[in-house]
Design a protein around this ligand. Structure first.
Ligand code: EZ4
Ligand code: CO
Length: 407
């Protein structure tokens, strides 16, 4: 089963997605997600100019060998662009292999370990009444777990929530932003505000509902330790990305001061980024996406390493991971033992006219579906109607003096 063609598809049905399409000589097609939000075209070039020419004529069968060939063969290690490109190839090869086997991918990964994947949605509101409406809506849809984000008084929009870039310019107008929008931030105001939000949510919804929160890399280890302690009475499922954790050792301080469970790693791209965090059990959940971490081959190794330290998978699942990347997470999550929870932001109707998915959300659980392979097919004709649109994530500045801060 030699690879006959390798093509990159860029489409923007509301936001940009980069997909890799591999086809074998006998006509089996595999899909991989290579979407890197805000830096999409760098991955397109990496694939088109440097990887795809190496794949033509190559056997689609030896996936581990191809992974090593692309990772070690580049000489230059790691990095989000490289690892998103490697992920797309790896995922497409697994899709092909499962289609050859005529099995849904999770069967090839060892078969199911659970009925479906516990998932959490994003409940957000500028103030408490809006937040409650959003939580109620998620409960109506069947979610048993919600991520709670609110606006901080005096600071404008709900932070850390990447909207649909096609719908928001820097001034709130429709159209594509030529530059990243800018937001304002004050960590002390946030730390004062957040515990009261969780107190109100617990008081209204009781002890059962699973509550999560994303700190979006904005605190120092000292501040994160303070917040973790203050949130302990509200029994969080996790506090995510409390610090910019390139400084892995910084989590020792957070861990020493709070028992609030910690999740981390959506911006990481290899197992090495977690070496101290996992081996010292400084976190409870790994947040990587298959899309950004070198594919299913690499993600499996990461979750197996995590399992040795009772750390579970809580894979990143925002709308900037395409339905192909989402399906990859679902098949892997269904098969592994140390699954924790799956983030699930449903894609727009428009996106789903391009990506035909077979996964479904039912009774609070996600199911990858039983089609052979990943179960997602990209409709090339539909994709062609939505050309690339330049779009960026926002940039963040301190309200006090305008210093650039983590977004
Ligand atoms: O801001 O995926 O947990 N989810 C998140 C996301 C990220 C975006 C960045 O591209 O933090 O909403
Ligand atoms: Co996050």
């Amino acid at each position: 089963m030699k690879i006959k063609s390798a093509d990159v598809v860029v489409t923007s049905p509301g936001r940009n997605f980069v997909s890799l399409r591999l086809e074998t000589e006998d006509g089996v097609v595999g899909w991989g997600d290579a979407t890197l939000n805000g830096r999409e075209l760098a991955v397109v070039s990496y694939l088109r100019d440097h990887v795809n020419p190496l794949l033509i004529g190559r056997d689609a069968g030896p996936i581990e060998d191809t992974w090593q060939y692309l990772y070690r063969g580049a000489y230059w290690r790691r990095g989000p662009v490289t690892m998103a490109a490697v992920a797309a190839v790896d995922t497409a090869l697994w899709d092909i292999k499962a289609k050859y086997a005529n099995m849904p991918l999770y069967e090839l990964l060892g078969g199911r370990s659970r009925r479906g994947l516990l998932s959490y949605g994003h409940a957000s509101g500028g103030d408490l009444p809006q937040l409650f409406d959003s939580i109620d809506q998620h409960l109506d849809e069947g979610f048993r777990a919600v991520r709670i984000q609110t606006g901080v008084p005096g600071l404008g929009p709900v932070y850390g929530v990447a909207g649909d870039p096609g719908d928001q310019g820097p001034d709130g107008s429709a159209g594509v932003a030529p530059r990243p929008s800018e937001e304002l931030w004050d960590t002390r105001a946030y730390l004062r505000h957040l515990p009261a939000v969780f107190e109100a949510v617990r008081a209204k919804y009781g002890p059962e509902l699973l509550l999560l929160h994303d700190g979006h890399h904005r605190m120092t280890p000292t501040q994160a330790a303070q917040l973790g302690k203050r949130l302990e009475p509200y029994d969080l499922f996790w506090l995510e990305d409390c610090t910019p954790a390139e400084n892995q050792e910084g989590l020792r301080l957070v861990r020493a001061h709070t028992t609030t469970p910690l999740a981390l790693g959506e911006t990481f791209n290899t197992i090495w980024d977690y070496k101290t965090l996992i081996s010292e059990h400084l976190i409870d959940y790994v947040r990587s996406a298959v899309t950004h971490t070198g594919g299913i081959t690499a993600m499996r190794k990461l979750v197996d390493f995590a399992a040795m330290h009772q750390i579970k998978a809580g894979m990143h699942g925002p709308t900037d991971v395409s339905p192909i990347g989402m399906a990859a997470a679902l098949h892997l999550g269904l098969a592994i033992h140390n699954f924790g929870i799956q983030e699930f932001m449903p894609h727009s109707e428009r996106t789903l006219t391009v990506f035909r998915t077979s996964y479904r959300f039912e009774d609070g659980l996600l199911h990858p579906g039983d089609r052979p392979g990943l179960g997602v097919e990209l409709d090339l004709e539909a994709a062609a109607a939505f050309p690339y649109e330049a779009a960026y994530l926002p940039v963040n500045r301190l309200a006090l003096d305008g210093t650039v801060h983590d977004w």
